[in-house]
Design a protein around this ligand. Structure first.
Ligand SMILES: Cc1cc2nc3c(=O)[nH]c(=O)nc-3n(C[C@H](O)[C@H](O)[C@H](O)COP(=O)(O)O)c2cc1C
Length: 179
């Protein structure tokens, strides 16, 4: 039985996503007594107010409602977050019980040379309005094109990959200490 439960959401929908690889890595290095469940948002439609709530949104909302916090893997597209993650947050923000308000949230990401830092800082701004409590430290900005990653997106068993794994472990430890 796990004492603390977290939900992981990935901003990249592609098969060999490095960001999804980071989430999988996070699920492997959770502190004892904590578990991270990754929820697939690939089939979630774009938010539309006049659309009945899709099953994919109901599923994610139920998971988030019973979770102690969120882990967001933030891919960077054109100097900002990839839209899938914002879309998921937009859907969740319309839940009647304000389920995001006050939730603790850890953020990390992989992109080009700046490691998705620009995307993460943009997303932090949205999190202010959503009243998510995003951890400020440690920051995890990974280079998606470095040997830290395998071709299929997983965190590699290389020197760079092991260093990244330790950064992710530190972030998950901080998350668990804050919830
Ligand atoms: C439409 C698009 C725009 C991108 N823009 C940026 C960018 O502004 N900065 C950056 O560092 N990487 C950018 N990239 C590269 C992605 O960050 C990189 O492909 C990364 O691996 C994507 O994450 P994923 O592996 O989880 O899919 C872009 C990729 C795409 C497809």
């Amino acid at each position: 039985m796990f004492e603390k439960k977290y939900v992981g959401i990935c901003g990249s929908l592609r098969k060999n996503s490095r960001n999804m690889g980071m989430l999988r890595c996070a699920s492997e290095v959770m502190p004892e007594g904590s578990v991270l469940e990754i929820v697939d948002i690939t089939s979630m439609p774009l938010y539309r107010e006049d659309m009945p709530k899709p099953d994919s949104v109901k599923f994610l909302a139920d998971k988030v409602r019973e979770a102690d916090g969120l882990v967001l893997a933030v891919a960077e597209y054109n100097y900002s977050y990839a839209p899938a993650i914002k879309n998921a947050l937009d859907w969740l923000s319309k839940e009647k019980d304000s389920l995001l308000a006050g939730k603790t949230c850890a953020m990390m990401g992989a992109a080009g040379g700046m490691g998705s830092s620009r995307a993460q800082y943009h997303l932090r701004q949205c999190c202010v309005y959503l009243d998510l409590r995003v951890l400020n430290k440690p920051e995890v900005f990974a280079n998606a094109f470095s040997p830290a990653f395998e071709a299929r997106g997983g965190v590699a068993e290389t020197e760079e990959g092991r260093a990244l794994r330790e950064q992710i472990r530190g972030l998950m430890q901080a998350l668990s200490e804050r919830t």
